[in-house]
Design a protein. Structure first.
Length: 366
């Protein structure tokens, strides 16, 4: 049987996996319509919505490397709630050092008291540490439409007629950003939103007219270092903040433990009594216990008191990482994809997270 392809993006049509390119429901596949449009292109054309798409890391890097054959502006979306976990340090090399702009999304999740100048300074240090040279950094909230008009103006000005490629990991709000751009221009841009194959490739990219420019939406990279990558849909909803995160403080003595549901654990090994300030989803359950009782609590109450996970079958073994934090100020213990915990001064901690994910310590951003 001859392969059928989407007339919008050129992906091979399939009905097995709604997260893969070219998906349409089986009922549509059985129709006699010869002009088949995948669900992703259908929703873009009819509702101005871009559906997130998950692909393998190798496929993703092949797509991004193809961008290097074009003179383009790269707009990289990162998640302010998980900066390092959403960075993709290889992005500049893969795109043949095309001009790069950073959009730091989800500003609405961090407390309003944090100055944007401090956030930008922190981002600049991280980018420098990862050998990334950028044209500019913009903070915004695509969900709340915060700063969307300024961002649109700046990226189209800096594009200078070039195509604009939107890249990023999954769950950073990349599709929300594209949708916000489309909706913000809906009243003034008379172009009909269309989709088409990107010339010269067989890769699943969507080219969208936006004013005098084209933006090209790329699939999102699944980041193996994020704990959320291994969770059920219900658990992901629980650990993903929907509004500004509020600090939850615990005064801990050494030999006490904090559990983030059953997904992560922080043991306070030694140091003076100090505050552990947690910045996590409003739905995340945090439990404090004595270190001597922590193993028993985890074994007995995983999936009941310690949730998520909501079922022991969804659980995974935790791996320990030791940190001897020596600072005169505040430091963040970052749990990739879950949030961070701020501590002050010199403390020794043991942090447990899922194997294959790696926690780290940074200078506090709040």
């Amino acid at each position: 049987m001859e392969e059928m392809k989407c007339i919008g993006c050129g992906s091979v049509i399939q009905s097995l996996d709604n997260k893969k390119p070219g998906f349409i429901p089986q009922s549509k596949l059985d129709s006699e319509d010869t002009d088949i449009v995948c669900r992703r292109c259908f929703r873009l054309k009819n509702y101005n919505e871009v559906t997130p798409l998950e692909i393998t890391k190798d496929d993703y890097f092949n797509i991004i490397s193809e961008i290097g054959n074009h003179n383009a502006l790269i707009v990289k979306i990162i998640d302010l709630f998980d900066i390092e976990g959403s960075l993709i340090p290889q992005i500049q090399k893969l795109t043949n050092h095309n001009d790069l702009i950073i959009i730091a999304n989800k500003r609405d999740l961090l407390p309003k008291l944090v100055k944007e100048s401090k956030l930008k300074h922190h981002l600049q240090k991280i980018l420098k540490d990862n050998n990334l040279s950028v044209e500019d950094i913009y903070l915004m909230s695509a969900l709340k439409n915060h700063n969307i008009d300024e961002v649109f103006h700046q990226i189209t000005r800096k594009a200078k007629g070039r195509d604009i490629y939107i890249v990023g990991a999954t769950n950073v709000g990349k599709s929300t950003f594209v949708n916000a751009l489309l909706k913000s221009r809906a009243g003034t841009d008379k172009d009909v939103i269309t989709v088409s194959s990107l010339a010269g490739t067989t890769l699943d990219l969507i080219k969208i007219p936006l004013g005098r420019n084209f933006i090209i939406d790329t699939p999102g990279l699944v980041n193996d270092n994020q704990i959320t990558h291994y969770l059920s849909p219900k658990a992901i909803k629980t650990v993903t903040p929907k509004k500004e995160v509020k600090p939850i403080g615990f005064q801990l003595d050494s030999s006490q433990t904090l559990f983030m549901g059953g997904l992560a654990r922080i043991d306070f090994i030694s140091g003076p009594k100090t505050s552990f300030i947690c910045y996590v989803s409003e739905f995340m359950k945090i439990h404090r216990t004595k270190l001597e009782k922590a193993d028993e609590l985890y074994t007995s109450h995983l999936g009941t008191l310690l949730t998520p996970p909501f079922d022991k079958e969804e659980s995974f073994p935790l791996k320990a990482f030791n940190f001897n934090i020596r600072s005169i100020g505040k430091s963040d213990i970052v749990l990739p994809g879950l949030g961070f915990v701020t501590v002050t001064g010199n403390v020794k901690v043991k942090v447990y997270v899922r194997e294959n994910t790696i926690p780290y310590v940074r200078a506090a951003i709040i």
